[in-house]
Design a protein around this ligand. Structure first.
Ligand code: GDP
Length: 210
């Protein structure tokens, strides 16, 4: 981002161990391989920041990055564990469910969720699970339709329209499931081609600092 510098802060796998500081935070969620680490790295202007979450043994952890201006810690960017691995056991699934549902439903410092969704694939069941946990808090959800460089112009347009339509269904302010949602929004994004960077950046800054 233009405004802040990000540095790794801490990693936790229990919601009782989350940072106590009364600072706002934005969480990044997504299916594994959707492009979450790439998005965090490009938004923070760093090459390898978010790959800490890929270290074996840390894939079930919540990783905190401090956002600094000069040397002042202003807010946190939170990297949630990626989901959707085919080969996870029952225990791992249970841990993931508890960690994520507790975090999303109860974390006061959390102001909004950025959901990374592969633009070629659209929302998956587990993405919808994340939305269902978070919508009742009334906080914002913004979908980054990632890897949009792999789609042509009309495919991009259709992918965006389709996800917006799905998101409307979850907005309690749109009881008949139609109209423009303010709580659930979406945009096209590409880390490699740097598409949609400014739009995402501006939104995150607005959530954190307005
Ligand atoms: P994560 O598991 O969600 O953190 O996903 P990664 O950021 O590690 O990305 C998964 C794969 O998708 C990697 O091979 C990336 O190089 C690729 N990838 C990520 N972002 C983009 C993008 O914007 N465009 C393209 N073409 N590939 C991408």
């Amino acid at each position: 981002s233009k405004l802040f510098q990000a540095r790794f802060a801490t990693t936790v796998n229990d919601t009782h161990c989350l940072p106590a500081a009364p600072l706002r935070e934005v969480a990044f969620a997504g299916r594994s391989n959707a492009g979450k680490s790439s998005a965090i790295n490009v938004l923070c202007n760093q090459k390898r920041l978010a790959f800490a979450s890929k270290t074996p043994g840390r894939t079930q952890h919540i990783n905190y990055f401090g956002l600094f201006s000069k040397d002042e810690l202003l807010a946190y960017l939170v990297d949630l564990p990626g989901y959707g691995y085919a080969a996870v056991n029952h225990e791992t699934k249970y841990h993931w469910n508890t960690l994520l549902s507790d975090y999303l439903q109860e974390r006061e410092q959390l102001v909004g969720m950025i959901l990374i969704v592969d633009s070629r694939r659209g929302l998956t069941d587990l993405d919808e699970q994340m939305i269902q946990w978070f919508v009742p808090t009334g906080k914002s959800i913004h979908v980054l339709l990632s890897k949009c460089d792999k789609l042509n112009k009309s495919e991009c347009k259709h992918a965006l329209e389709a996800v917006r339509k799905q998101l409307q269904q979850y907005d309690p302010a749109l009881p008949d499931g139609t109209g423009e949602s303010k709580q659930l929004t979406a945009q096209l994004f590409s880390s490699t081609k740097r598409i949609g960077l400014e739009e995402a950046d501006n939104l995150i800054i607005k959530w954190l600092f307005e």
